[in-house]
Write a protein that binds this ligand. Structure first.
Ligand code: AHR
Length: 872
C-alpha cells in the first residue's frame, strides 16, 4: 500500500513536471492547450517505439499516426533487442522533455533520452544502475529540496518485487543505487483507451502548438515514406498517360567547378565470405584448426577445430591438441596417429577446392613428429570421384615445428577437389597451418588475392579501398574489435577471430595485404579503426555499445592507432615501419586517410573515446585526414549529433552511411545541394538502393546512377563514395544486395557493378553545370531524368552521363557548345533493361557528335557519352 502522505509529496513534484501553462499562439478554431499521452504499445514488447495520442478532454484520445514511432531504442542487437517499453515521459524545469524506458526484462539498466519538441531526440544513454537485477517501469520525480531528479524502478528478479532509486542532476552521472519503499513511487502512469486498445503511459497538459507539431511531423514522415516507397511496379499507373519525351540538355561551360578526383572507391568488408573463401586466395578452409564453436555462438556443433577436415581411409585417428602450439595466437593443431599407413587428412576447402589443369599450387604445412621417426607425407589433389589430379611429397623429420613446402601441379580442371595429406609410415605427427595457395594470384603476390576477383575490383578503377569494414571494424562486443596488429606478420603468428557475420576470420588477409592491394591498383588505402567502442548492435559481452574500452586502457588503444600510421608511413628505422619493411615493403605506403568509428551510436561513452583518438591523431599526424562517423542513417539523432561533434572538432571529413529504397534516391537528389561547404567534407562510405527482396537489378542500379549524377554535382563537398557491400559468395551470403557475387570458379558482377564501373572509369576533375528541360514538366517525371557532365583533364575528355528512369524513351537534344567538343566521334555506352532485369550489361558503340547532337535515352537506361573536348 502506498502511504498517502509520501505519495502526496511526490505528486506535488509530479504536477510541476507534468503540467505547464498553455501557449496562447493558436488560431481561433484550435484549442489553447491539450493533453498528450505518451505510451508504447504493450504488444510491441519486441521492438517498441514511443507513440503519442492527444485529447482535449482526457476522455477521447486521438492517436498520432496511428502507427508513428517518435523514438526508437538503440540498445543491443537487432532482432532480439532494440526494445522500448513502459516509457515514462516528463518535462524538466527548463522545459526539456525526458523519456526513460525499460530495455528488457533482464538487464540492470534503463534508457534515457531528451527532446525539446518530442520530435527530435538527443543522444540516448543506458545507465547501469543495478547489478544482478532487472530494471522495470522506470519513473522520474523531481526532488526540489535538493534540486535533483530521482529515477526509481522496480526489479522482479526471483519473483519478489523490490524498488530502487538513483539520483541525478543531469542524467549523465548518477549517485549510488538505494533501496526505496514502493510507497515513494509516483505511480502516475495511466490507462487510456487509444482507438480500440487500452494503453499505459503518462498524460501531460501541453500547449496546442506542441500537439500540432507532432501531428505535422507525423504527416511529413508519412508523406516522405510514401515517396520513398515509390517503385517502378507502380509506373504503369503513375505514368499511364506518359508519351515519349523530348529533352534539351544544355551545358554551361562557364559554370564549371573543380571536384574531387577521389569520388569513386570501394568498400571492402569481410562479410558474405568476402575474405576467407573469397578474395583471399587460400584454398584450404580452417588451415590453422582455429575454428571455434563460439564463432557461431555455439549454434553449430560441427563448427569446431576440425571443421572442413575429415579422415579419409582407415588405420589412423585424428584429434586436436593445444600443448606446445606453433604460436600462442594459433593454439590448436591436428594430431594424426597412424597405425597403418593409408588414411589421409582431407580438407574440403570452401565448398570444394577449384583447381585448373596446368596451374601450380604452393603447398605448405608446419609439422612436428610426436612419436616415431621420419614420416613422408604424400600430398594429393583428389576429385569427388576419387581420382588423383596432382601430387607432391614432403618429409617430416623434426620433433620441433618445421615448415615443409612443395608445389603441386594440377593435372585436370576440377571445380570441387579436396586436398589430402597421407602419411606414408606409422607414427604420431602434429600438423598445423596446412595451406594450398595458387601461384597465380593477383599480380603474382605471395599470400595474395584471387586473380579474377581482384581484377573485377581493379576494373572499377577505384580511387580508394576502405577496409576492414563495416561492422567488422568495430566488432561484436569489446572482445571482437578488429585490432590491426593482430593481422600483420607471419601467418602463423596472426590472431584469428570470430567474424561477427557468423563465421571465422583467419586474418590471412590482413593489413599488409589490404595496403598492398590498394597500392597494386593505384588506390588510396582507407583503414577504418574502431572508435574505442564495439558495434551498438553487439550481442556479445554486454548489450550494445555500453562496453566501451575502459578509459584506463584507452591510452594503449590510441597508441595502436598512432602505431598504424607509423607502420604505414614510418621509415624502416622506426619500430613499426621496420615491421612493414620486414614484410617486404620498405617504402612507405603513403597513408593519407584514417577512418575513426563506423556508423556508431553517438553516446557519451562513444564521444569520450572518439575525441581522445581523433585529437591524438590530429596532434601527432596533422598530415593525415581523419574521417569521423555520423551514424548509420541519412537523418536522425546519430546523424545530427555526429555532425555536431564533427563540426565541434573541425573534422576534415565524415563518413555517412545509408541504405535506402530507390524512391529515396530519386527524391533526394538535392541532399548534398543543401550542404554547408564550410563544414566537413563527406565520405559516403556505405550506400545502396534496397528494394523488397533485395535484388540488384536495373531499377536499383538506375536509382544509384541517378544519385551518382547528384554526387558528381556535389563532388566539391562529397569527396569519396563507396557502394556496400562489395563481395558475396553464393550460398554464404548474410547481406543482400551486393555488388559482385561469386563462387569458387566464377565472378558474377551485378547490374549495379556496371554503374559503378562506368562512373569509376569515367570520372572527372571538373564538374560542368548543365540544365535539363523536359517536354513534360511534372515533378515525378523531372525527378526521373538526370544528367551530369564532367571534364577529365588528364585525358582531355568531356563525359556526359544521362539517366532515364521513366518507362518511355527520352529524345535528348544535347547542346555542348560551351563545353567545347573537339572531335566528331564519341564512345557511347548504354545500360538498359526491364526494371527487374538482373542480367543487363552495358553496350558500347561509336557515335557521331558535334557541339549539338541528339541522343535517344531508352526507357529505363543509363547512357554515357565520352568525347574529346572541355572548357577552353
Ligand atoms: O555493409 C554491411 C553493413 O552495413 C556494414 O558492416 C555496416 O557498417 C552497415 O550497417
Amino acid at each position: 500500500m502506498v502511504s498517502a502522505t509520501v505519495k502526496q509529496l511526490f505528486l506535488v513534484f509530479a504536477s510541476v513536471l507534468l503540467a505547464f501553462p498553455a501557449d496562447a499562439s493558436t488560431s481561433v478554431d484550435e484549442p489553447d492547450s491539450a493533453y498528450v499521452f505518451a505510451y508504447a504499445p504493450d504488444e510491441q514488447r519486441g521492438r517498441g517505439t514511443l507513440r503519442f495520442a492527444w485529447s482535449v478532454d482526457r476522455q477521447e484520445w486521438h492517436a498520432i499516426g496511428p502507427e508513428h514511432g517518435f523514438l526508437y531504442s538503440d540498445y543491443g542487437t537487432w532482432g532480439g533487442e532494440k526494445k522500448l517499453y513502459d516509457p515514462f515521459l516528463f518535462r524538466d524545469r527548463d522545459g526539456l522533455w525526458h523519456a526513460v524506458w525499460s530495455l528488457n526484462d533482464r538487464d540492470g539498466a534503463f534508457a534515457h533520452a531528451a527532446s525539446i519538441d518530442l520530435i527530435e531526440w538527443q543522444r540516448q544513454s543506458y545507465p547501469i544502475v543495478s547489478s544482478g537485477a532487472n530494471v522495470l517501469m522506470p519513473e522520474v520525480a523531481y526532488d526540489s529540496e535538493h534540486g535533483r531528479y530521482v529515477v526509481s524502478w522496480m526489479s522482479d528478479d526471483g519473483g519478489d518485487q523490490t524498488f530502487h532509486s538513483v539520483r541525478t542532476r543531469d542524467f549523465k552521472t548518477y549517485g549510488p543505487t538505494e533501496a526505496m519503499p514502493e510507497a515513494r513511487r509516483l505511480d502516475v502512469r495511466r490507462r487510456v483507451r487509444v482507438g480500440d486498445e487500452l494503453r499505459t503511459g503518462t498524460v501531460h497538459r501541453v500547449a496546442w502548438t506542441l500537439v500540432d507539431g507532432l501531428i505535422q511531423a507525423q504527416k511529413v514522415a508519412a508523406y516522405e515514406t510514401r515517396l520513398h516507397r515509390e517503385t517502378t511496379d507502380q509506373d504503369a499507373v503513375r505514368f499511364a498517360s506518359l508519351e515519349p519525351l523530348e529533352a534539351t540538355i544544355t551545358v554551361d561551360g562557364d559554370a564549371a567547378k573543380p571536384i574531387s578526383e577521389m569520388l569513386m572507391g570501394v568498400f571492402f568488408e569481410d562479410i558474405n565470405y568476402a575474405a576467407d573463401g573469397g578474395i583471399y586466395a587460400e584454398l584450404v578452409q580452417n588451415r590453422g584448426f582455429e575454428y571455434r564453436l563460439s564463432d557461431k555462438k555455439g549454434r553449430d556443433p560441427d563448427w569446431n577445430s576440425l571443421k572442413a577436415w575429415h579422415l579419409a581411409g582407415s588405420g589412423a585417428t585424428v584429434r586436436v591438441d593445444t600443448v606446445g602450439p606453433l604460436h600462442p595466437n594459433n593454439p590448436h593443431y591436428a594430431v594424426l596417429d597412424v597405425e597403418e599407413p593409408g588414411a589421409g587428412l582431407a580438407n574440403e576447402g570452401f565448398d570444394g577446392i577449384a583447381v585448373q589443369a596446368g596451374d601450380t599450387y604452393d603447398f605448405s604445412v608446419f609439422a612436428r613428429i610426436l612419436d616415431g621417426g621420419e614420416i613422408d607425407l604424400l600430398v594429393r589433389l583428389v576429385g569427388p570421384e576419387g581420382g588423383v589430379h596432382g601430387t607432391a611429397r614432403v618429409t617430416a623429420a623434426s620433433q620441433e615445428w618445421q615448415q615443409l613446402e612443395a608445389v603441386i601441379a594440377a593435372e585436370a580442371t576440377v571445380p570441387n577437389a579436396r586436398l589430402e595429406i597421407v602419411p606414408q609410415a606409422p607414427g604420431r605427427i602434429a600438423l598445423d597451418m596446412i595451406s594450398l595457395f595458387p601461384q597465380k594470384t593477383f599480380m603474382g603476390r605471395e599470400n595474395g588475392l584471387r586473380a579474377d576477383l581482384a581484377q573485377v575490383l581493379a576494373d572499377l578503377k577505384p580511387r580508394f579501398v576502405r577496409f576492414p569494414g563495416g561492422c567488422v571494424a568495430h566488432g561484436d562486443g569489446l572482445g571482437n574489435i578488429y585490432h590491426w596488429k593482430n593481422t600483420i606478420g607471419p601467418l602463423e603468428a596472426r590472431k584469428p577471430q570470430r567474424n561477427l557475420w557468423g563465421y571465422h576470420q583467419s586474418m590471412g588477409l590482413g593489413y599488409y595485404e589490404y595496403f598492398q592491394f590498394s597500392e597494386d591498383i593505384g588506390a588510396e588505402p582507407v583503414p577504418v579503426v574502431a572508435a574505442g567502442v564495439p558495434c551498438q548492435n553487439s550481442s556479445a559481452g554486454g548489450a550494445g555499445q555500453q562496453g566501451g574500452i575502459p578509459m584506463c586502457e584507452m591510452g594503449d588503444y590510441v597508441q595502436d592507432v598512432l602505431d598504424l600510421i607509423e607502420w604505414a608511413n614510418g621509415a624502416p628505422s622506426t619500430e613499426w615501419g621496420s615491421k612493414r619493411a620486414a614484410a617486404g615493403h620498405p617504402e612507405p605506403f603513403d597513408l593519407k586517410y584514417v577512418g575513426i568509428g563506423n556508423e556508431d551510436l553517438i553516446t557519451d561513452v562513444f564521444e569520450a573515446r572518439y575525441r581522445q583518438i581523433v585529437e591524438a591523431v590530429r596532434e601527432q599526424h596533422p598530415e593525415i585526414t581523419v574521417i569521423g562517423t555520423v551514424g548509420p542513417f541519412s537523418s536522425g539523432t546519430d546523424y545530427r549529433e555526429g555532425w555536431e561533434l564533427a563540426t565541434d572538432l573541425g573534422l576534415e571529413m565524415v563518413d555517412e552511411h545509408y541504405y535506402q529504397p530507390p524512391g529515396w534516391f530519386i527524391h533526394n537528389q538535392d541532399y548534398y545541394d543543401r550542404y554547408d561547404r564550410s563544414k566537413s567534407k563527406v565520405y559516403l562510405g556505405e550506400y545502396a538502393a534496397h528494394l523488397p527482396g533485395r535484388p540488384n537489378n536495373i531499377e536499383t542500379a538506375l536509382a544509384e546512377a541517378i544519385y551518382l549524377t547528384a554526387l558528381e554535382r556535389n563532388a566539391d563537398v562529397v569527396h569519396m563514395a563507396s557502394y556496400a557491400p562489395l563481395l558475396a559468395k553464393d550460398g554464404f551470403t548474410q547481406w543482400r544486395p551486393d555488388l559482385i557475387y561469386f563462387d569458387n570458379t566464377q565472378v558474377k558482377p551485378t547490374v549495379g557493378y556496371y554503374v559503378q564501373k562506368l562512373y569509376g572509369q569515367n570520372a572527372g576533375d571538373t564538374y560542368i553545370a548543365s540544365r535539363t528541360s523536359l517536354s513534360d514538366d511534372r515533378e515525378d517525371v523531372r525527378k526521373r531524368v538526370a544528367a551530369s557532365v564532367v571534364h577529365d583533364s588528364a585525358s582531355g575528355d568531356v563525359i556526359l552521363k544521362m539517366v532515364n528512369m521513366l518507362p518511355v524513351d527520352v529524345q535528348a537534344a544535347v547542346d555542348l557548345t560551351s563545353a567545347g567538343v573537339a572531335e566528331s566521334s564519341a564512345t557511347r555506352t548504354v545500360l538498359t533493361g526491364h526494371p527487374d532485369d538482373e542480367d543487363a550489361r552495358p553496350v558500347t558503340d561509336e557515335i557521331a557528335v558535334a557541339a549539338q547532337f541528339d541522343s535517344t535515352l531508352p526507357a529505363y537506361s543509363f547512357t554515357l557519352i565520352r568525347m574529346k573536348g572541355g572548357p577552353q
